[in-house]
Write a protein that binds this ligand. Structure first.
Ligand code: PMP
Length: 422
C-alpha cells in the first residue's frame, strides 16, 4: 500500500476503533470453558443414581464409603477407551487431570520416578522441553517447581523432533516434555505417527525421563472424521521403555469442568508408584461421581454420541471465527490462523511484535483475550505474535462482535508498525 493509502486506512480503522469503544462492550474469550448449553447436555447425569443398587460398584464396593483408591472397575472399563489402553493400565482419579499432572511432578521431585535413582529435586538441575505455543498451566507447574523450561518449536505434526532428540540425547537434566498430542492447546495440531514413534524410540541421557502426554482433547472432535493418533504407551512398550510415558485425560469438557472425572494411564510400574504416592494423600476418590458418569454414558458409543452434541453446539462458533478472520484479514498478509478439527482453541499469529499491543487494544474495547505471551514458557513469546482465541463460551453473536473487534485491533497494530517503520 502507498503511504497515502496507509494513512487513509489508518484513519478509517481508528474511526472503527472509537466506535467500538463507545459501545462499552464486555466480552470474554480468555479461557477455554464450555458454554452453559454444553453443560446442559450433562444435566441428566445428576439423576442417574436413583436405586440402592446404583450405589454399589460392579465389584460390590459401597460407593458412599471410603476406598477404591485407583477408581471403579466400571469407570476403568469405560474411560480406558478414551486413552486406548487396557483396563489395568489406568487409574481413575478426582475431577482434575491438571492436579494429577501437578502431583506426578511433585512426586517425581520429592521421591523420584519408578526406576529412577534419585528424586529430581536432589539432582543438580531439572529441565523440561516445552513445545510452544503450548498450554500455560503446564508451564506454570514448571515455574512453581523451579523447573527450567526450554522452548521447542511446534510444527504442523507435533514438536520439532530434530530439536527434541538433540536436547534429550546430550543433557541428563532434561527430565520431561509436555505434549498435547491431539487438537493441541492452542494450535489444534495432531501429532503424526512419525512423531509418536520418534518420541518412543529416541535415546535419552536421563534414565528417569518422562513424557507428559496430556490427551485432554482425545474425543473432542469438530468434524465427522475423528483424527486418531498412534498409541504412545504401546510404542514405548515395543521399544522396551514402557515407563517413559504418563498419559492424562479427563471429562472436564465432556460433562462438567468442576465435576468431571480425571484419568492417568501408564505402565504397571508407573501406576504402582502413583498409587503408593496417592495413598498418603487420599483414602479414595469420589466414586459416586465416577458411577454417575458410567451410568449416564453406559458405554463408549454413548460417550461418542454425547461428544457429537458438543460439536453441534461449538462447531458453528469455530466456523464463525474462521469466517470473520478470512473475510477481514484474509489476503492482507498480516496474520495467520489455524483451522482446527477439534479441541478448544484457535491460535492466531499477528505480525512480530504486535500481540501484546493487540491484546491491550482489545481489552481497552472491552474484549478480554488470553494474555499475550501466555502460550509460551515464562509468559514470554519471543516474537510477541501469538494470540489464543477461545470460542466456546461466548454466544455466537458475542463471539462475532469480539472477533470483528480483534480484526480491527490487529490491522491497526500492524499498520501502525508499518507506518512507524517507514
Ligand atoms: N490440559 C489441557 C491441554 C487443557 O487445555 C486443560 C483445560 N484447559 C486441562 C488440561 C485441564 O484439565 P482438567 O480440567 O482435567 O484439570
Amino acid at each position: 500500500m502507498s503511504m497515502h493509502k496507509n494513512e487513509e486506512r489508518l484513519e478509517s480503522l481508528q474511526k472503527s476503533y472509537e466506535q467500538y469503544k463507545s459501545q462499552n462492550l464486555n466480552l470474554n474469550m480468555a479461557r477455554g470453558k464450555p458454554c452453559p448449553e454444553q453443560m446442559d447436555l450433562s444435566n441428566g447425569m445428576m439423576d442417574v443414581l436413583t436405586s440402592k443398587d446404583s450405589l454399589k460398584s460392579t465389584d460390590g464396593t459401597d460407593l458412599r464409603n471410603y476406598g477404591g483408591l485407583d477408581g471403579l472397575p466400571e469407570a476403568k472399563e469405560l474411560f480406558s477407551k478414551i486413552l486406548d489402553v487396557d483396563t489395568d493400565e489406568i487409574v481413575i482419579g478426582g475431577n482434575s487431570s491438571l492436579s494429577m499432572m501437578h502431583d506426578s511432578i511433585a512426586q517425581a521431585m520429592m521421591h523420584g520416578v519408578a526406576g529412577g535413582e534419585m528424586p529430581w529435586a536432589k539432582q543438580d538441575k531439572v529441565k523440561f522441553l516445552c513445545p510452544s505455543p503450548g498450554y500455560d498451566r503446564h508451564f506454570a507447574i514448571c515455574e512453581l517447581f523451579n523447573i527450567e523450561m526450554i522452548i521447542v518449536d511446534m510444527k504442523e505434526d507435533g514438536p520439532d523432533m530434530d530439536q527434541v532428540e538433540k536436547l534429550v540425547r546430550v543433557d541428563e537434566s532434561v527430565k520431561g516434555i509436555w505434549c498435547v498430542p491431539k487438537y493441541s492447546n492452542p494450535t489444534g495440531i495432531v501429532y503424526s505417527d512419525e512423531v509418536v514413534e520418534r518420541l518412543a524410540s529416541m535415546e535419552t541421557k536421563a534414565a528417569d525421563f518422562r513424557i507428559f502426554w496430556d490427551n485432554a482433547y482425545a474425543i473432542h472432535h469438530l468434524t465427522d472424521e475423528p483424527k486418531e493418533i498412534k498409541n504412545l504407551l504401546e510404542e514405548c512398550k515395543k521399544q522396551g521403555s514402557p515407563n517413559r510415558v504418563l498419559m492424562f485425560s479427563s471429562t472436564s469438557k465432556v460433562t462438567f469442568p468442576g465435576s468431571g472425572v480425571a484419568m492417568l494411564a501408564a505402565s504397571q510400574e508407573n501406576l504402582d508408584t502413583y498409587r503408593k504416592n496417592i495413598s498418603f494423600q487420599t483414602i479414595g476418590p469420589d466414586k459416586l461421581n465416577q458411577k454417575r458418569h458410567v451410568e449416564f454414558f453406559k458405554n463408549v458409543d454413548g460417550l461418542k454420541a454425547h461428544m457429537k452434541k458438543h460439536a453441534e453446539i461449538i462447531e458453528p462458533k469455530f466456523r464463525a471465527v474462521i469466517e470473520i478472520l478470512d473475510q477481514q484479514l484474509g489476503g492482507k498478509d498480516i496474520a495467520s490462523w489455524d483451522r482446527p478439527d477439534g479441541g478448544y482453541f484457535i491460535s492466531l499469529d499477528t505480525p512480530e511484535g504486535c500481540a501484546k499491543e493487540v491484546v491491550g487494544m482489545a481489552s481497552e474495547l472491552g474484549v478480554t483475550l488470553t494474555g499475550a505471551g501466555a502460550t509460551f514458557p515464562y509468559n514470554n513469546d519471543p516474537k510477541d505474535q501469538n494470540i489464543r482465541i477461545a470460542p466456546t463460551f461466548p454466544s455466537e453473536a458475542e463471539l462475532r462482535k469480539a472477533i470483528e473487534v480483534l480484526c480491527v485491533c490487529i490491522e491497526l497494530a500492524s499498520l501502525k508498525k508499518t507506518v512507524r517503520a517507514s
